[in-house]
Every structure is written in structure tokens, then in C-alpha cells.
Design a protein around this ligand. Structure first.
Ligand SMILES: *[C@@H]1O[C@H](CO)[C@@H](O)[C@H](O)[C@H]1NC(C)=O
Length: 191
């Protein structure tokens, strides 16, 4: 009996880690970032070898998340970092695209969703995350930037979205149904 109560309260505490509104927003993102859309807006509508120049810290891949987790950084701080990095990337894309580019609306919509999401959590205290956030803001030399394909940027965005929210927000990914889903590992399985 007692252990059942304890178990339940742990469950409740665990759930409280994600605010319901946050899950709703991540579901919208999950839908907007499905493979077909990434392919159309981030690949089909761009020249074959088109690349955006981004800072090294603007490349946030599954491997980064695994490394940061191994350093004991709480998931809520990683969610915040992911939000900030992707808001920046989308803003960058938005300002690089000409006004009538067919992907502009898509990028604008995504940027607005990230803005909403970032209203939810604004606190970070981990030194490592604070360090990355500082490096993100400091202007750097263009020569220091990394050329990355637009779709690769949003593929990372999508994979990390799943890695950080899949369990708490029960996100679905139709394309993973026919792949061997190794649920907990952050591996590149969504391409
Ligand atoms: C992710 O890892 C790459 C390669 O190690 C690094 O250049 C980049 O800065 C990392 N991104 C973040 C946000 O820490």
C-alpha cells in the first residue's frame, strides 16, 4: 500500500517535469517537422549544394545531447538549449531568404512556434549550458562558421525534439514504425 502511494507520487512528480502546454507545442512541431515537409521545404526548394553558414554552437545534434546528458545536465536545461539554438537557426534562415521564397512561410511559422515554446521556460543554471549560450551570442568571424545544408539543420532539430520529448509527450513518428525502434538511444534513425 505505502509503496504504491510512493510510486504514484513519483509518477506525478515525473509528469510535472513537462508542462502540458509544452507537450501541445511540441506536438505541433512534431507535425510540422515530419520528413515530407523537411524534404520539401528544406531540400526541394533549395539549390542542390546550398548551405547556410552557422556557428559551431548552432549545430546541436543527438551526439551533443548524449554528451551533455553524460555530464549530468538535466533534461529541462537541454530542452531550453535546443529551443534557443533552433530559434536562432530559423531566424537566420528567415533573414537569408528572399521575400518570395517558397519556404519562407514554413520557416516563419516554425520560428513563431519556437518563440511560444521559449516563453514557457527561461531559466538555466548549469554552467556548461550557460557557457554555450554565451558563445552563441558572441559575434564571431565568418571564417569560423560552418556550412550546413538547410535540411541537415532541421533534421537535427527533429531528432533532438524526439530525444528530449518523446517519452514525456508521447510523440509519434510514422517513419519510425518500420524501423527498429531502439527507443532510448539518441541515434540517427530518422533520415
Ligand atoms: C556539438 O558538437 C559539435 C562537435 O563536437 C560542436 O562543434 C558543437 O559546438 C556542439 N554544439 C553545442 C550546442 O554544444
Amino acid at each position: 500500500m505505502e509503496s504504491a502511494v510512493l510510486f504514484l507520487s513519483i509518477l506525478v512528480l515525473g509528469r510535472a517535469a513537462v508542462i502540458p502546454n509544452e507537450c501541445k507545442i511540441t506536438e505541433v512541431l512534431n507535425d510540422k517537422l515530419q520528413y515530407e515537409k523537411r524534404l520539401m521545404y528544406m531540400s526541394d526548394y533549395f539549390p542542390l549544394d546550398y548551405k547556410f553558414l552557422v556557428k559551431h554552437e548552432e549545430v546541436l545534434r543527438c551526439q551533443n545531447i548524449t554528451n551533455l546528458r553524460n555530464q549530468g545536465i538535466p533534461v529541462k536545461e537541454l530542452r531550453y538549449l535546443w529551443g534557443i539554438v533552433n530559434e536562432r537557426i530559423l531566424f537566420k534562415m528567415k533573414s537569408a531568404l528572399p521575400g518570395r521564397h517558397p519556404s519562407l512561410q514554413y520557416v516563419t511559422d516554425l520560428a513563431a512556434i519556437f518563440k511560444e515554446l521559449l516563453k514557457i521556460r527561461q531559466q538555466v543554471s548549469n554552467e556548461i549550458i550557460l557557457g554555450i549560450l554565451t558563445r552563441l551570442k558572441v559575434p564571431n568571424d565568418v571564417a569560423d562558421r560552418k556550412p550546413v545544408r538547410p535540411k541537415a539543420l532541421l533534421d537535427n532539430c527533429f531528432k533532438v525534439l524526439h530525444e528530449l520529448h518523446r517519452e514525456d509527450c508521447s510523440l509519434s513518428n510514422p517513419r519510425s514504425d518500420f524501423l527498429n525502434d531502439t527507443s532510448h538511444q539518441c541515434i540517427d534513425m530518422f533520415d
